[in-house]
Write a protein that binds this ligand. Structure first.
Ligand code: SF4
Length: 178
């Protein structure tokens, strides 16, 4: 039996290459959509639909962690004006990874990982530090940016017809666009 990994899917396009890469490394992959950071609600639904499409395309199971955006807002309170990549984002990574780690442990996955590391806007080392602190034995630190990961994710997303958003996810990142 191959080792199992629960992959936190930050969005379908980012996770497309992450699934491919984890399968190449020999893992049986289950997707986990745990993204209470997403706002507004219809954006959450669009990204969840893309995760469902990806699950169907890769024949992977998908676990959906019900979002509580109010709790997420409380977790980042006081950091609303931080720039992207700053302290609010570290708190946001932690919020999701705490939940994915708990699900991975409860359900007996060998490992958990996150597609967040594929983004050129996110420091993989910051994400790794959170995962390792939460569960050093179970966290799988894969830098999905490597091996031309971001470019590959855009190609796969296009092939699968996945919705690709133009902002990171929370209302504070969306505001920066307007
Ligand atoms: S910009 Fe992205 S990573 Fe940062 S807090 Fe918002 S949703 Fe989370």
């Amino acid at each position: 039996m191959p080792p199992t990994v629960l992959l936190h899917v930050c969005c379908g396009p980012c996770a497309s290459h992450a699934v491919e890469e984890l399968q190449r490394l020999g893992y049986a992959v289950t997707l986990c959509f745990s993204n209470a950071n997403l706002s507004p609600a219809d954006e959450y639904e669009r990204r969840l639909e893309a995760a469902r499409q990806l699950a169907a395309h890769t024949q992977a199971s998908l676990i959906v962690d019900p979002p509580d955006h109010g709790a997420w807002l409380a977790a980042v309170r006081g950091l609303e004006d931080e720039p992207e990549g700053g302290a609010r984002c570290s708190r946001c990574f932690r919020y999701s990874l705490v939940r994915v780690q708990a699900l991975a442990a409860e359900q007996g996955f060998d490992k958990f990982a996150t597609s967040l590391t594929i983004s050129p806007h996110k420091r993989s080392e910051t994400i790794f530090a959170v995962g390792r602190e939460l569960d050093p034995a179970r966290f799988l630190a894969v830098d999905f940016k490597k091996r031309d990961g971001f470019r590959r994710s855009t190609q796969l997303a296009k092939e699968c017809g996945l919705y690709r958003q133009d902002y990171c996810g929370c209302e504070f990142s969306r505001k920066k666009l307007s």
